[in-house]
Ligand binder design. Structure first.
Ligand code: NAD
Ligand code: LMR
Length: 326
């Protein structure tokens, strides 16, 4: 364990997602069990005391990999030398609200953080935006970080991906780990498109194992509205599952994937996703970079669903542009 510690920033460190996420990072679930970490906890001033309590509990957990814990309400301090950043700190929606309703309140958090990342983070920084609406918040942060390559900014679609795998595994009586080539396209919103066109399980095509009626009328809305269902049933937005998916995303980004994952990465023009938005796409990670899976045949139905997401993301972009946040 003689390596230089990796500096990992978690914003919203006193919140409910961080309360699960920090323990997984401390356990070595992002960089590996032999890589020490320094945790940098960013919060608003009113939550700094609560963050001190979180740090006390982290210390009490005696993780051998944790070499230091810093707490701050200053983004310029938090992102100094950061190798990985989980941008979680933002308001969650309430019952009956869409995530896009958070755009004005939360959007303003991400410009200053993007600028601080630009000015202070390490050269290899990777930024995963979790705070909602995640895709457009990631765009705001990415746009403020002019000197950081765009592809270092992602928004999280992995929770939607994992929800898809779990729903399919339950329906078909299989293990979630046995599914390949699942993708959730688009926005982390109710418009998202969980797509089983290419998915297989044990070498069989998933689309031939489930009927179309179940796929379209139960599976797709169940996955796309799962966040709202959790809020309804649990009374609070998803937290441990969000943290677990954030770990999956960052771990795979750094260490590589064996199967496709869904990640919201900057558009390249492929599959009708233009530059200037971040959308969920089929990705694999190699050598520390996400690569969009190329050359897939797209049906008219798929193209329509992807286009609906692109339209929504362009509308969100226009809204934050009008609000002066871009
Ligand atoms: P929470 O309210 O429990 O915690 C959020 C924390 O962020 C609070 O402690 C708050 O003080 C802090 N915060 C606010 N502004 C900040 C800033 N400028 N800098 C640093 N910290 C700041 O919320 P939560 O349940 O942890 O959820 C956080 C966000 O993640 C919400 O926007 C929620 O909707 C989103 N979320 C996204 C996904 C996803 O799949 N992308 C999944 C679940 C939740
Ligand atoms: C989720 O998908 O669980 C999160 O985005 C929280 C929410 O508001 O739905």
């Amino acid at each position: 364990m003689s390596q230089t510690p990796k500096k990992v920033v978690v914003t919203g460190a006193a919140g409910q997602i961080a309360y699960s996420l920090l323990w997984r990072i401390a356990n070595g679930d992002v960089y590996g069990k032999d890589v020490p970490v320094e945790l940098k906890l960013l919060e608003i001033p009113a939550a700094v005391k609560a963050t001190e309590g979180v740090a006390m509990e982290l210390l009490d957990s005696a993780f051998p990999l944790v070499k230091n814990i810093d707490i701050t309400d200053d983004a310029n301090v938090a992102f100094e030398g950061a190798n990985a950043a989980f941008l979680v700190g933002a308001k969650p929606r309430g019952k009956g609200e869409e995530r896009s309703a958070l755009l004005q309140a939360n959007g303003k958090i991400f410009g200053p953080q993007g600028k601080a990342i630009n000015d202070h983070a390490a050269e290899d920084v990777r930024v995963l935006v979790v705070g909602n609406p995640a895709n457009t918040n990631a765009l705001i942060a990415m746009s403020a970080a002019k000197d950081v390559p765009n592809e270092r900014f992602n928004a999280m679609m992995r929770l939607d991906h994992n929800r898809s795998l779990s729903q399919l595994a339950t329906k078909l009586g299989k293990d979630s780990a046995d599914f390949e080539n699942m993708v959730v396209w688009g926005n982390h919103s109710a418009t998202q498109f969980p797509d089983i066109t290419y998915a297989t399980v044990g070498g069989e095509k998933v689309s031939e194992l489930v009927d179309q009626e179940w796929y379209l009328n139960e599976f797709v809305p169940r996955v796309a509205k799962r966040g709202a269902e959790i809020i309804e049933v649990r009374g609070k937005s998803s937290a441990a599952s969000a943290a677990s998916s954030a770990i999956d995303h960052m771990h795979d980004w750094i260490n590589g994937t064996s199967a496709w994952a869904s990640a919201a990465v900057p558009g390249t023009g492929a599959y009708g996703v233009p530059e200037g938005i971040l959308a969920g796409q089929p990705t694999i990670a190699e050598n520390g970079e996400w690569k969009i899976v190329e050359g897939l045949d797209i049906s008219e139905f798929q193209a329509e669903r992807i286009a609906a997401n692109v339209k929504e993301l362009l509308e969100e972009r226009a809204a934050v542009e009008n609000a002066g946040l871009l």
